[in-house]
Design a protein around this ligand. Structure first.
Ligand code: NAD
Ligand code: LMR
Length: 338
């Protein structure tokens, strides 16, 4: 009887061969921070995604257990675990999509920017690895503060000479998911039937829901607009306070990240008309990064849509959002350039 590590290797090889003979073509996806509050349910959801053929789970703790657990699911993706910096290279080589939920979450009373000092360094290190070992991968950044970590990632890739702005996407899907949910509550309809564009960034006033562009079209009262905008902008804080020190949104975030990753993979496959909101390098405003609707295709964020007509309330919100965003973007850029 070969030792268990050898048995595992044999089983992985058999399953890889099986896929290359009969299985549908799939994408190779890595999750960095896979043992965390978001990472674990996200790993579960990506293991269920039929577009994923190989799933790499990387973290600095606990990946052997999470990998063993997830690998027993009877879905197609082959799962491999990687533990600690020395295994980052193996985790990343050959990946088509890398999702980054690594980093510390908020506690009550903190802003997302309070996470900068720890998470900026984590994102920098992981992106240095991506630049070396899978420079062509699409990268989904979840780690907060997204308004700064995306510019950090861009600067790391620029320094490495691998930067492709179409490949770098900040994940703001949870804001859209929340907006759809809260609007559906007000309208008394199924959230799946609602679509609200949320633009700007991913923190407080930078989260700008465009309620005037809701689908199905609806004319909200001023009171409803104020309630909804405030609830969407503070959805993250609502969860942080309810968890009372035990972290921030993990389950709804894993759902949102899986939804966004699936859209990226369908774009990579060549599906037409895949549009999601994301925080990307942008010329939609004077800022170098901005979240708005983007069309996802074979090369990532292939088209960035303009904001469309805004009402007076949204125009005022946009000015506030831009002011805060400018500082957060600059903070991220300076962290790498200093
Ligand atoms: P968590 O503490 O539960 O998990 C984070 C994981 O990252 C841990 O397993 C930790 O070991 C791992 N990690 C730390 N340093 C690492 C490194 N150098 N390499 C790889 N892994 C590393 O936190 P969480 O609740 O999963 O949240 C993770 C991040 O996501 C936080 O920054 C949080 O603010 C952010 N977040 C973003 C959104 C969004 O909408 N973009 C939503 C929710 C949370
Ligand atoms: C969220 O919006 O839930 C995340 O950004 C986590 C947080 O700190 O609020």
């Amino acid at each position: 009887q070969p030792p268990s590590s050898q048995m595992e290797e044999i089983s992985l090889l058999r399953r890889s061969n099986c896929r290359s003979k009969g299985g549908a073509p799939g994408f190779k996806v890595a999750i960095l921070g896979a043992a965390g509050g978001i990472g674990q349910p996200l790993a579960l959801l990506m293991k269920m995604n039929p577009l994923v053929s190989v799933l790499h789970l990387y973290d600095v703790v606990n990946t052997p257990g999470v990998t063993a657990d997830i690998s027993h699911m009877d879905t197609g993706a082959v799962v491999r675990g990687f533990l600690g910096q020395p295994q980052l290279e193996s985790a990343l080589i050959g990946m088509d999509l890398v999702i980054i939920p690594a980093g510390v979450p908020r506690k009550p009373g903190m802003t997302r920017d309070d996470l900068f000092n720890i998470n900026a360094g984590i994102v920098r290190t992981l992106c240095e690895g991506i630049a070396k070992w899978c420079p062509n991968a699409i990268v989904n950044v979840i780690s907060n503060p997204v308004n700064s970590t995306v510019p950090i990632a861009a600067e790391v890739f620029k320094q490495a000479g691998t930067y492709d702005p179409k490949h770098l996407l900040g994940v703001t899907t949870l804001d859209v998911v929340r907006a759809n949910t809260f609007v559906a509550e007000v309208l008394g309809i199924n959230p799946r039937e609602v679509s609200v564009p949320v633009v700007g960034g991913h923190a407080g006033v930078t989260i700008l829901p465009l309620l005037s562009q809701v689908n199905p079209p609806y004319s909200f009262t001023t009171e409803e607009i104020r309630y909804l905008t405030d609830r969407i902008q503070n959805g993250g804080t609502e969860v942080v306070e309810a968890k009372a020190g035990a972290g921030s949104a993990t389950l709804s975030m894993a759902y949102a990240a899986a939804k966004f990753a699936d859209a990226c993979l369908r774009g990579l496959r060549g599906d037409a008309g895949i549009v999601e909101c994301s925080f990307v390098a942008s010329q939609v405003t004077e800022l170098p990064f901005f979240a708005s609707k983007v069309r996802l295709g074979r090369s990532g964020a292939e088209e960035i849509f303009p904001l469309g007509p805004l009402n007076e309330f949204e125009r005022a919100g946009l000015e506030k959002a831009k002011k805060e965003l400018a500082g957060s973007i600059q903070k991220g850029v300076s962290f790498i350039r200093k």
